[in-house]
Design a binder for this molecule. Structure first.
Ligand code: PMP
Length: 405
């Protein structure tokens, strides 16, 4: 498909709106990406035509909803190249997916076992593991980062040992955009017999991961970062791991037989899918993957790289502006501060000018502590953004600087 930016932008209705009387410039894609019309249509279609509970009903609507929901699971399986469809667990998002694994490992870890996290994590890939350590007596070790915002891989080598049971890191950092060397992380962890969980929340809008080629044990993501709705996501787990781990929640859907004496659990994937799921969200997640794949991840990557390069060089022309996260391997996220100005104050003025960015610690406080800053302004670009919008951002930042100095 040829890349026609005007056509693509017309497929995202929200990009037409005004904010504070100015055309919206949406640069908060790393927090949540916008939703194209085919995904909105899938949501409307579900509630207009076949809203019903799944997997149980004998009636037509229930059957239609079940078919579409399971079709979405197959789309997710294909997208991530999982070997089996039941290795895809539908969840409410990355946070839920991580908690399923962290809670399950409470039955596997023993006192003194070690688990390794990276310094670049989102809180959702730190806190569940700390809770796991509290429950089991396992020890949390951290791969340190350097000034460029990259992981120090020689330190990782030193941390790995036969005590290491699990390693978890994000594929791409939400706060800095760094692309982590997950292939190397996975290979080295497997050499000492540790399992690996990769948090793909920030990678999936930009990259199409292949879980079999990566040989990763668990890979997790949220639909809302990949042009889908909020409140739905996925957990990929290797079959043998998912069979080994206990269910996360008890309830309907996840059982084979229930008596007051004993309950047996359903097979994969239902063992991890208690209760009525986000049926519409799951179906729309499938539609979002269809949309992104029709554009093509090679094109998405190329367009976003152009925006990153242009944005970086234009923003660096501003006096006193410092970018955090300067790895040569990064995606379209620019985290920055201006000397002497609090990031929040810049964010407020940018909003008045129609420019949406995120300010603060980006749920990654350890990174902010490393740089000894309270937070940053984060502009994150998607393939539907333009260089003209970056010009608006740069002008707005200059204006904010003038007003706040
Ligand atoms: N990990 C990373 C790297 C993220 O960027 C996010 C979302 N900001 C999450 C995890 C959590 O995702 P969710 O809130 O959709 O569960």
């Amino acid at each position: 498909m040829a890349f026609d930016i005007e056509k693509i932008r017309s497929e995202f209705p929200i990009l037409n709106r005004k904010v504070n009387g100015k055309p919206l410039v949406y640069f908060d894609n790393a927090a949540t990406a916008q939703t194209p019309q085919p995904v909105i249509d899938a949501i409307v279609d579900y509630y207009s035509n076949y809203n019903a509970n799944i997997h149980r009903g004998v009636h037509t609507l229930s059957q239609e909803a079940t078919d579409k929901y399971e079709e979405a699971r197959l789309k997710i399986q294909k997208h991530f190249n999982a070997k089996k469809s039941f290795e895809i667990i539908m969840t409410s998002g990355t946070t839920h997916s991580i908690n399923i694994i962290a809670t399950g490992f409470a039955e596997i870890l023993e006192k003194g076992d070690e688990i390794i996290v990276s310094a670049l994590e989102h809180h959702s890939n730190i806190v569940p593991w700390q809770m796991l350590c509290e429950r089991t007596g396992a020890v949390l070790k951290v791969i340190p980062m350097n000034q460029e915002g990259e992981l120090q891989m020689d330190a990782y080598d030193q941390l790995l040992s036969e005590k290491t049971k699990l390693v978890f890191t994000n594929h791409i950092s939400n706060a800095l955009g760094t692309i982590n060397p997950i292939e190397e992380i996975i290979k080295k962890a497997h050499k000492v017999g540790a399992a690996v969980l990769i948090d793909g929340a920030q990678a999936c809008p930009h990259i199409k991961p292949d879980v079999q080629a990566l040989d990763v044990d668990f890979y997790v993501a949220s639909a809302h970062k990949i042009y889908g709705p909020t409140g739905v996501g996925m957990l990929y787990g290797k079959e043998e791991w998912l069979n080994k781990l206990p269910p996360y929640q008890g309830g309907g859907e996840m059982i084979k037989e229930v008596t007051f004496e004993k309950t047996t659990y359903a097979d994969l994937p239902h063992k991890f899918e208690a209760g009525t799921p986000n049926i519409c969200g799951g179906i729309a997640f499938g539609a979002a993957l269809d949309y992104a794949n029709a554009i093509g991840f090679d094109i998405i990557e190329t367009k976003e790289k152009e925006l990153l390069e242009y944005g970086t060089s234009e923003l660096l022309k501003i006096d006193g502006l410092k970018i955090y996260g300067t790895s040569s391997k990064k995606t379209s996220v620019i985290s920055f501060n201006i000397e002497g100005i609090h990031p929040y104050d810049i964010g407020v003025i940018l909003d008045k000018l129609g420019v949406a960015v995120r300010t603060g610690h980006h749920c990654a406080q350890p990174i902010m502590d490393f740089y000894k800053i309270p937070g940053t302004v984060r502009a994150s670009f998607s393939f539907y953004n333009t260089k003209e919008e970056i010009d608006v951002l740069v002008g707005a930042v200059q204006k904010a600087q003038m007003m706040l100095r």
